[in-house]
Design a protein around this ligand. Sequence first.
Ligand code: UGA
Length: 477
Amino acid sequence: MTVQYPSTSPVQPHATSTPPSGAPRPRLTFLGCGYLGSTYAACFAELGYEVLGMDVDAERVAKLAAGQNPIHEPGLDELLKHNLASGRLRFTTSYAEAAEFGDVHFICVGTPQRPDGMAADLSYIESSVTGLAAHLTRPALIVGKSTVPVGTANWVEELACKHAPDGVDVQVAWSPEFLREGFACEDVLRPDRIVFGVKSDWARQLLYAAHKALFELAATEDREVPVVVTDFATAELVKVAANAFLATKISFINAMAEVCEAAGADVTLLAKSIGYDSRIGNKFLRAGIGFGGGCLPKDIRAFQARAQEIGAGEALRFLHEVDLVNQRRRNRVLQMAAELLNRPIGPAGPDFSGTKIAVLGAAFKPNTDDVRDSPGLAVAKALAKTSAEIVIYDPEAAEKARQELPDVAYATSLTEAVDGADLTCVVTAWDEFRRADPHAVGELAKARRIIDGMNCLDHAAWIAAGWDYRGMGRPIL
Ligand code: UGA
């Protein structure tokens, strides 16, 4: 493994092949135009590349081609519209067109958890690689970006070589993405590092060329983007290891929250105090109702499943505990609600009938409309089983939440949700909730009882306004 700081490396031909057309600025395709692919496609077009986004979902492609972005991601709408208008960005459903257009093909399809276990479902990777390879007519580099089990890149290489026409030089590289929802455009345009998992110098040089504009942007802003060049297996593992570390950090502080609750201590002050130690750091130490989303939960499970397969299962046994702590935090909200509403928890769970509960939030985190494995929505589902009247308000995610949890009411504003509520639960840390005036909200609610599932409210202000406040891992004041 070597760490390099590239600047102007030109594309060098591989010893056995001619350089792809378009060098030194290769043409790029992004296969799979979901969250990842649509963001990358728009950002790389913004950087000046000619880009083609390809997806088998004709409806999605038609929307993207018309400038309609199906996901809520700050800044993405503008990038999409601007680059469609410039002509640098197009979308298609055709593998043949993608193969004809691109020099570098980024695989951005989903790798969800398989319904029959913890492992990742690689069927979308398989269909995109075979679909593309069969149509290639000239040298091409296929670059995996999706999060995958270690060993996938070698398999993709075999697939691509098997399905590419005879005489066409197709190579594979792996370059995992690290973007966070809500900051996705920023993370693509200004990454804190890039990993190139490659087997040949040709692939490495072509990857540099495909990122040259990104390095140039960094240089104009007086930044450097470190590039770590690795083998395939390391590049694949970097991604899951990073997500496993982040998940572990969150579950660590949530485990401390459990201890704090038992000891009458305050986990927010504990986190603040340990976070000042630069070896620990203060990021990802917010205790709450646990981590969710389309990545961390499924990635730690797929990582365990793969480690088991390759004989390293023992090494990741702690991730099972990380998952358990995470699930327990969601249940804790139900216990707190029972305490606040003064209802017993019977063998069939709590009975909150006759009460109205306002649930503020549904997205798995703020600034997104994504509800995949959302802790907040899981809490709302559990509360919905108590016979309480549930009213959810989320500024962006109501539509997606309704598909997952149709049998509750959805308000169109915070005030509508809390009107007449016996209990209010904050389950997503939207700014709108952080800024809410506890006096004004108190005027609307039937009772001033609040569970701050994200520890995001100014608890002193809410208590001063007469609210019975419960935070996660915090003493009852
Ligand atoms: C995560 C990683 O942060 C990205 O680096 C990675 O690229 C991405 O997964 C991916 O694999 O594609 P994301 O799922 O967008 O990004 O969300 P995060 O910001 O990591 O938050 C994940 C969850 O952890 C959220 O539910 C959030 O509320 C929770 N969290 C985060 C906490 O409970 N406490 C914290 O201190 C931080």
